[in-house]
Design a protein around this ligand. Structure first.
Ligand code: ZN
Length: 386
């Protein structure tokens, strides 16, 4: 094949960068993402394959027509990686992933109390040191259990607030963002953890899930993320899809850490766990609770169904307003998610007009505890290129 001289060099560079962060992409998909014609991409592929920078596998010889397998592109240089730091209350998870989603390293650390800036910096340095056996991460993505907007920042802590008390959007004993950027020689991106999970789930099916609302229920509370056209919708200040602080009519006297009353967060998460402890006359961990649901114990199953109903009551109008193509539910295990989804679907049918609930797909999360990690990889991809 002849390489056309009029193809600008930057086209090849852009294509190589795209293939580096989206290994396995086809020529057609690359053309769409780069806004180029397929013939321009074909010419650039030939140039990069000829200089041993790209390889293309398939389609098989002699296969033609609509069923013809599509060829996939990959770079010949060592696979690039993304470093991921995920902080949830009490647990710090670190991972290195390839852009193909493979996990190169993963570890969890218990972190009692709030997270200090030193904890964050030490963890990031440890992660980068462990990556000596493979390509050093281009980027670190830090997932946090608070609303966050990349260009706006966390809502400021109120003057005079107690730093040892967990409060709204306050999980750190200092501001770790600037310190981390200075301490590691890698670009650092920040995102809300539920947004990462939402992006991870919907990036697997972005062609059919144009508007996907993800809701996760766990022992620490409830989180949600909204993805539109495969991108996180984080609102004007990072609070977009912040489901935990939607007002629900249940128990409106209960005050929330955000300063409002009757938030959904109050009746799920820690409050839910306390109610369970009262019902069973002993403290239960979330893991123990999931086992009870798994065994089909009537009480725990009913509680998860009721949580699903309460969520649907709270976001029913939001669904009518947004018209999501999918609502993705995750509650820690298959049985727990099934019970949550049962109550949710039942209540959504009463909260929304038929033209909404009859077309909205309610599905379980497919990725489990890998949703945030794969969302972090997608965040890195979107940051780097088209
Ligand atoms: Zn609240």
């Amino acid at each position: 094949m002849t390489t056309k001289a009029w193809i600008p060099a930057s086209t090849s560079a852009r294509l190589e960068q795209l293939v580096r962060v989206r290994p396995g992409i086809t020529r057609q998909e690359a053309a769409t993402r780069l806004g180029l014609s397929t013939s321009a991409v074909t010419t650039a592929v030939a140039r990069l394959v000829g200089s041993d920078r790209l390889v293309e596998t398939g389609p098989a010889e002699g296969t033609r027509g609509r069923g013809r397998p599509r060829g996939s592109l990959s770079v010949t240089s060592p696979a690039s990686t993304v470093g991921v730091l995920l902080y949830s209350y009490g647990v710090f998870e670190l991972a290195v992933l390839g852009y193909d989603g493979t996990t190169r390293a993963r570890q969890r650390r218990e972190v009692p109390g709030l997270l200090s800036v030193d904890d964050v910096v030490a963890a990031a340095r440890g992660l980068l040191a462990r990556s000596a056996g493979w390509q050093r991460p281009d980027l670190l993505v830090f997932g946090i259990p608070s609303p966050f907007h990349r260009d706006v920042g966390l809502p400021p802590r109120p003057p005079g607030s107690d730093t040892d008390r967990r409060s709204f959007a306050n999980v750190f004993t200092g501001d770790p963002f600037e310190a981390l950027a200075e301490a590691v020689d890698a670009e650092v991106l920040w995102e809300n953890d539920a947004n990462l999970a939402a992006l991870g789930e919907c990036s697997q099916q972005s062609e059919t899930e144009r508007c996907a609302l993800y809701v996760k229920v766990g022992g620490e509370g409830i989180g949600a993320g909204l993805c539109i056209d495969g991108r996180i919708m984080s609102g004007g200040h990072g609070l977009g899809a912040e489901i935990a602080h939607l007002r629900t009519d249940d128990d409106p006297q209960a005050i929330c850490s955000c300063g409002s009353r009757g938030c959904l967060d109050v009746s799920t998460g820690p409050r839910l766990m306390r109610q369970l402890a009262d019902a069973y006359d002993r403290e239960l961990t979330w893991a123990e609770w999931l086992v009870l649901v798994e065994t089909g114990a009537a009480g725990p199953v009913r509680v998860m169904q009721d949580v699903g109903r309460q969520i649907a009551r709270t976001i029913g109008n939001v669904c009518t307003f947004l018209d999501p193509s999918s609502i993705i539910l995750e509650a820690g295990s298959a049985a727990s998610t099934a019970a949550l989804a049962e109550g949710f679907a039942d209540q959504l049918g009463q909260q929304t007009p038929p033209f909404i609930h009859s077309v909205t797909q309610i599905r379980h999360g497919n990725l489990g505890d890998r949703a945030e990690l794969l969302g972090a990889v997608e965040v890195a991809r979107q940051h780097i290129g088209p």
